[in-house]
Design a protein around this ligand. Structure first.
Ligand code: ATP
Length: 377
């Protein structure tokens, strides 16, 4: 199998007025599963299409191991791609669909192709469908055929473009696990594109987060969740999303306090915290995840701030408590904490669980320049 290296990869459209992919550097190790995630229009599909050879880069290079494949035709690249819309030929049977790539890209005999496809179909649990046409299949079966067809070609690099978007939630969960199992079993290097951060968190050895064509951070899902390098990543990864409040920090170098007059927030930082972090006086954006907020029914005034409950959404395992701190402020509490809409509650969070982002650049101010640089390779 092959490692994939993208080196200052760039794609412009419409004579440079649209920069879809902005000097992207990314390394996917041999056998690694990297999920590329970001909001609609951030350049995910364009990146994948350049790796597949379906889109010509404006500049930069793509290497498979040490081989520069930037100018190599799509057909000559050892890649297989799986799309959202399955891309099956409607008039061909499952057997013919699965064998078509082999017919076009190898010199295998018909019998050899049949054998390979039958083995693959057995592995994918679709051997009984080999004589069916695509319109006789369910969405999940179609996607299994598309996956089987891709694997049958024995690619070195597997490319997935939102392959599960057309499936219902239960099937999507099943297929996520199946794709990961297949990828590990075959040891194929994989690049998986999705706009769904929840899907991204459950798949992949590492996530690469894009915004506006620019790479924001690369890391293992938990690493990115716990140490987002900037406000964008902090808000994008995690569901429900991190809450943000505009604050002012005041410090004399030994003690410090975080305040926001508009929401009545007052959080004194400990001397250890101030000594351990590079806290400076100035405006910041404070971030806190919903699960790190404690709700106090019948507040005493000692809490971090006081707010009014807007609505409580029970989701079974937890309650989502919407608060009027600012727009979209939400705490995740245990089911026994169930205040009523209109109740005044105390909100407590502590310094161990907060993030502070530079009010201008959005960067996490407690990460060093080296840590930020390390987050994007
Ligand atoms: P989505 O999740 O919506 O598919 P994406 O992250 O995959 O989004 P791309 O499809 O890669 O994003 O598009 C990135 C940017 O490039 C967008 O602004 C898009 O409009 C633009 N773009 C993509 N293809 C073309 C094209 N052929 N001509 C002009 N602009 C394009």
């Amino acid at each position: 199998m092959a490692s994939v290296t993208l080196d200052t990869l760039r794609k412009e459209f419409d004579r440079g007025t649209i920069v879809a992919v902005d000097d992207l550097d990314l390394e996917i190790e041999d056998g690694e599963f990297v999920t590329v995630v970001g909001p609609s229009g951030c350049g995910k599909t364009t990146t994948l299409r350049m790796v597949a050879g379906l889109e010509e880069p404006t500049s930069g290079t793509i290497r498979f191991d040490d081989e520069d494949v930037t100018d190599i035709h799509a057909k000559e690249r050892p890649v297989a791609m799986v799309f959202q819309n399955y891309a099956l030929y409607p008039h061909k049977t499952v057997m013919e669909n699965m064998g078509f790539g082999l017919k076009m890209s190898t010199d295998m005999t018909k019998d050899e192709r049949r054998e390979r496809v039958t083995d693959m179909a057995e592995m994918m649990g679709i051997a009984h469908l080999l004589d069916d046409k695509p319109d006789e299949l369910s969405g999940g079966q179609k996607q299994r055929v598309a996956l089987g067809r891709a694997i049958a070609r024995e690619p070195e690099v597997f490319l997935f473009d939102e392959p599960l978007s057309n499936l219902d939630a239960k099937l999507r969960t099943e297929m996520r696990a199946e794709i990961q199992k297949l990828q590990k079993e075959f040891g194929v290097t994989a690049m998986y594109v999705t706009h769904d951060q929840e899907e991204a968190m459950t798949m992949g050895d590492r996530l690469a987060i894009l915004n506006d064509g620019k790479l924001q951070q690369v890391g293992a899902p938990t690493e990115v969740y716990e140490n987002p390098v900037n406000e964008f990543v902090a808000g994008f990864i995690g569901s429900p999303s991190m809450n943000f409040i505009d604050v002012d920090v005041e410090t004399d170098g030994t003690t410090a306090a975080i305040r926001s007059e508009s929401v009545g927030l007052d959080l004194e930082l400990s001397a250890e915290y101030v000594a351990g972090h590079d806290v400076e006086t100035g405006p910041y954006t404070l971030g806190v995840r919903p699960e790190n907020i404690k709700i106090v029914e019948g507040p005493t005034g000692d809490e971090t701030l006081i707010s009014t409950v807007e609505v409580v959404e029970p989701i079974g395992s937890d309650n989502y408590v919407h608060l009027d701190v600012n727009e979209d402020f939400l705490a995740r509490s245990t089911p026994d904490i169930k205040p009523a809409a209109g109740d005044e509650v105390g909100i407590v969070f502590d310094e161990a669980n907060i993030h502070l982002f530079d009010a201008e650049t959005g960067e996490d101010v407690f990460l060093s320049d080296e840590e930020i640089a390390a987050a994007v390779v």
